[in-house]
Design a binder for this molecule. Sequence first.
Ligand SMILES: [Zn+2]
Length: 140
Amino acid sequence: MNETQKLPAVAQRICLDCKKCGCERYFTVVAHTTEKSAKVECEVCKSKKTYKLPSAKKKTGGKTSTPRRSSVDKHAQKWTELRDQFATGEVKPYSMAQDFALNAAIQHPKFGLGIVTQVFGHMIQVTFEDVDRSLVHRRT
Ligand SMILES: [Zn+2]
């Protein structure tokens, strides 16, 4: 088995951690620099960075690193409370153009169900089952 990893296509949007924003953002692929790395640009702060494909290591199990346990438990508790409280009615599909209110339940194509815990300008803080994420909204 020789699974070759491929870079995301130019102009494609991928989710990566932005150091400048301090959270996960959509990055647009600007150009491929090498076979294994690409230049990407944060959609929010426009900072550029290099995206590298994870080096192709041979692994027997499909295991990836597991997140720290204690924070996960705490988060799980918060998540369960939020979900039970607010995900009882309408769940809006996430889109950058949407306008989300506090405590709205959203369905994100990648992260799944989430609850809006903060709204500030064009950003919303959303608690998902795994972690909290900052997302863009009201973007036209
Ligand atoms: Zn950024």
